[in-house]
Design a protein around this ligand. Structure first.
Ligand code: EPZ
Length: 458
């Protein structure tokens, strides 16, 4: 079988044509127009059977791209979800800052920040994606300054960055808020510090850890986040020459070095995508092989799923997921920082609980407003009552297809999952939220027998 042609998308207008390592590459510039097919139509009732290849982790990939700002050497990441909206948004921001970004259709991202053209990240780019704030630490560490537009809140909460700024101040940076921008200055460089976060923050841990790799002396982060994506980010930084210990624990120790080198690093599989498709099987029934992923980073989900009646096991590099005929038993969960139940899987788990035998309770402790999928699920016939940051889900016999509205990334996919099992047709509008975080979701679900297609919004 002849090798599929590898296409490469040069995000950077100023990029030199990168070497496709001897393979034929076709350069298509990033003038991708937003698709007018901004809705999904799902017809429920099909059991799922077949293989789904899991993509690289969005919430690791975005940080890997920021880390490439820390060095003037080229850095290469493989297994990257290069078609995701958020990855393209990050690529555009990094290109604006002066980095050459090449995204290849085989999942290779080649990043080279030989020079930083500007240390200002403007509102019109930052407002599209909150993770843009993660260029602050690398720019401050490499250039001694950064002006970053404050990331807006989003549908799931206000999401301030006070912990990020607390960390940089502790390392000697001067921080000023002016005209909607965070203006950070460290003209004499950053100094190592012992920083204790009052509560766990993934982004603050990542931003400060990146900055600390080039600070003078030792930085200790206490009450640090322990997510697998942070471990992956730390391993990539170590490959670039950083000195980091304690990854995956709540105390991370970074010894600053004078500079970092280029490296090649494989992005970990996406554990939230993995968990999402596990919930899909839990809801629609069937048996699916999730390819190129793991179970060890999803214990907090897999325990409840097996307790509710599913079969889940690692098989080489794949995970086998099976739900026999009967619907799942109701079960209670509470979202917490890793290794607790992931808040990014809360909406999907709730969708699955709508058809459970009995009832389940879900408590959201990480974000203050992450139940926006509830009214939409209720419009499909679910029986859900919200009390503060808890929701009681009483299982119903069936869901009925309806026209529903996506509000954020994970709420969107929860509605798609509900559509897989609802009677009749469900149309999920505003699926640009989905395209930010799920690669080829229509193709992946169609490939295991779901009746789903993109349509234009009514
Ligand atoms: C990351 O967001 C993820 N995003 C989120 O995934 C995920 O839900 C979250 O971590 C928790 O696991 C990316 O990695 C790009 P936090 P982040 O800092 O870093 C508050 C998805 O669906 N907080 O751990 O923003 C904050 O408001 C997304 O893929 C402060 O108050 O999360 C929130 O309530 C959604 N001050 C809580 O802490 C700060 O300085 C946890 O936020 C920072 C955070």
């Amino acid at each position: 079988m002849n090798q599929p042609k590898i296409t490469e998308e040069i995000i950077s207008a100023n990029a030199k044509q990168t070497d496709g390592q001897g393979q034929v590459i076709e350069i298509i510039h990033s003038d991708v127009k937003p698709s007018h097919l901004n809705a999904l139509r799902v017809r429920g009732g099909n059991r799922l059977k077949g293989d789904i290849k899991i993509s690289g982790a969005k919430n690791a990939a975005l940080k890997h791209m920021c880390a490439a700002l820390l060095t003037d050497q080229p850095v290469q990441f493989t297994n990257m979800p290069v078609t995701l909206g958020d990855v393209r948004t990050m690529a555009e921001l990094l290109d604006y800052l002066g980095m050459t970004v090449a995204l290849r259709s085989d999942g290779v991202a080649m990043l080279h920040a030989k020079e930083i053209k500007t240390t200002i990240a403007p509102y019109d780019l930052v407002r599209k994606m909150r993770a843009s704030v993660l260029v602050l630490g690398p720019l401050l560490a490499r250039c001694g300054q950064a002006d970053i537009s404050m990331p807006g809140g989003c549908a799931i909460g206000t999401r301030p960055i006070d912990l990020h700024l607390m960390g940089f101040k502790a390392m000697g940076a001067e921080i000023e808020l002016d005209g909607g921008y965070v203006k950070a200055r460290a003209p004499k460089g950053l100094k190592g510090a012992h920083i204790t976060f009052p509560f766990v923050s993934v982004g603050a841990t990542e931003n400060v850890m990146m900055a600390a790799t080039l600070a003078e002396g030792i930085t200790v982060l206490s009450n640090a986040a322990r997510e697998p994506e942070i471990v992956d980010q730390g391993n990539a930084l170590i490959a670039m020459g950083a000195k980091i210990e304690g990854l995956g624990t709540s105390e991370i120790r970074i010894e600053g070095v004078s500079s970092l080198n280029g490296a090649t690093h494989a992005c970990i599989p996406d554990r939230i995508e993995t968990g999402t498709y596990m919930c899909a099987v839990g809801l629609a029934g069937g048996e699916v092989r999730l390819k190129n992923t793991r179970t060890d980073f999803l214990a907090s989900l897999i325990g409840p799923l097996i307790g509710a009646g599913m079969e889940i096991k690692q098989d080489g590099n794949d995970v086998f997921v099976h739900r026999n005929g009967s619907h799942l038993k109701g079960i209670d969960i509470m979202t917490e920082p890793y290794p607790g139940f992931a808040t990014d899987l809360q909406a999907q788990f709730m969708a699955m609980m709508t058809m459970c035998k009995g009832a389940g309770m879900i408590t959201e402790t990480v974000f203050e407003n992450r139940f926006m999928h509830v009214p939409e699920l209720c419009r499909m016939g679910a029986d859900i009552t919200v009390q503060g940051n808890s929701a009681i889900i009483r299982g119903v016999e069936k869901l009925k297809g309806a026209e529903v509205m996506a509000t954020d990334l994970r709420a969107s996919v929860a509605l798609v999952l509900a559509g897989l099992v609802a009677e009749g047709e469900t149309v999920v509008n505003r699926i640009y939220h989905l395209d930010r975080g799920y690669e080829n979701i229509v193709e992946k679900l169609t490939g295991v027998g779901a009746d789903i297609e993109r349509v234009s919004e009514r």
